[in-house]
Ligand binder design. Structure first.
Ligand code: XIL
Length: 367
């Protein structure tokens, strides 16, 4: 029996499908080439965030990650709170599992992340609040970076250092900044450079995508930070632009504005990673195929611009399948769970097609 649908929904559905014509609803036939293969052809890298427990409990999912990704990012396993839950007692067992998976399968392993305000172990937060003791940070950085020196060649050294509305320079008043002043970003980058002379060092940031006042301010604050670091000769290789798309803001995605931002970053000699790609929905009452189509359109809009810029070398999604999406756990998006390239049955969705097409476009542009 046909499911009852209010007529306004049918109309919306038709309008949305027509609007989405530029992104054909591609079926399983598209699986002829994997994302990592197309990325290879484009001299790019495609990857995703994974957790060790998911990879090892779920054979089908592991096979999917193995075939689709050229790089993996530990979703949790390298964060400070995870690695050093008690002072001086390191737990690298889960990160080691991911490192072994990566090397056995020829995948790059991305180091995410060393300094993040949201993953400071409680004991360290208490200590930082009392005294400006960089040695606890030094020790964690040294243990972690040295352990994976041969396995990790790209690091998110500082994650999310910008927050508009706290300080004139746009830097986040994080426990790191409170304890060590604004120089902590440069200090951390120099320290990691000494331990890993060949690694590419990144700053990774969110809230940079839309033509909205908040994002505009954030782009400017970030550019200011990056210009200063470059002027000081601080070892910074690139910038990760977190691709957390939000459909509620999609009408404020302006391709020209985003292209200009990428150009300015590239102009500073920085490599660009489109990191943490996923889509937060806003209309969960719509039929699933329409929801998927809208999410695919948002990814297409972003990546079409991204692949035009040669400084963009890597695209990673924050998870691969809705089966393990972090989105439902992310507070305000509870229940919104269709934001990744594969659905919960590990079948491709329009997001997948959008990534494939963007990578293929870049491959065709090769000289
Ligand atoms: C998230 C993980 O996905 C969650 O499982 C965890 O509870 C919190 O961290 N920006 C980042 C990522 O840089 O590290 C975050 O990952 C998502 C937002």
């Amino acid at each position: 029996m046909e499911r009852f649908r209010p007529s306004s929904l049918v109309a919306t559905r038709r309008a949305l499908l027509i609007g989405a014509m530029t992104l054909p609803f591609l079926g399983q036939s598209l699986r002829g080439s994997t994302l990592t293969k197309t990325a290879d052809e484009a001299d790019m890298l495609f990857g995703c965030a994974v957790r060790a427990d998911q990879l090892f409990a779920d054979r089908d999912f592991r096979a999917l990650v193995t075939s689709e990704c050229g790089e993996i990012t530990p979703e949790l396993e390298l964060k400070w709170a995870f690695v050093e839950p008690d002072a001086g007692k390191y737990n690298f067992s889960s990160a080691d599992v991911l490192a072994a998976f990566a090397s056995e399968n020829g995948k790059a392993l991305h180091g995410h992340t060393l300094l993040w305000h949201d993953s400071i172990p409680p004991w360290a937060a208490a200590q930082l609040a009392q005294q400006s003791d960089w040695t606890i940070i030094s020790r964690f950085i040294a243990e972690t970076v040295t352990r994976y020196r041969d396995k990790i060649s790209t690091w998110d050294v500082v994650n999310e250092p910008i927050l508009i509305g706290q300080r004139d320079d746009g830097l986040r008043a994080s426990p790191f900044l409170e304890a060590f002043g604004s120089g902590y970003v440069a200090h951390a980058l120099k320290e990691v450079r000494k331990l890993a002379p060949k690694a590419k060092l990144f700053i990774n940031e969110f809230g940079l995508l839309y033509d909205l006042p908040q994002d505009r301010l954030k782009r400017e604050a970030l550019l200011q930070l990056l210009e200063t670091l470059k002027k000081w000769g601080v070892p910074l290789s690139g910038i990760g632009i977190q691709g957390h798309l939000e459909l509620q803001h999609q009408s404020n995605f302006n391709q020209q504005v985003f292209a200009d931002f990428l150009n300015r970053l590239g102009g500073l000699g920085l490599e660009i990673r489109i990191s943490e790609l996923d889509v937060k929905e806003n209309r969960t009452e719509l039929p699933a195929d329409i929801r998927d189509q809208r999410a695919g359109e948002a990814v297409k809009a972003l990546l079409d611009v991204a692949v035009e810029n040669k400084a963009v070398g890597t695209i990673t999604s924050w998870g691969l399948s809705d089966r393990y999406s972090w989105l439902p756990g992310a507070g305000e998006t509870a229940g919104y769970n269709r934001g990744l390239p594969f659905n919960t049955d590990l079948k491709i969705k329009p997001i997948y097609a959008a990534i494939q097409q963007a990578l293929a476009k870049r491959a065709r542009q090769k000289p």
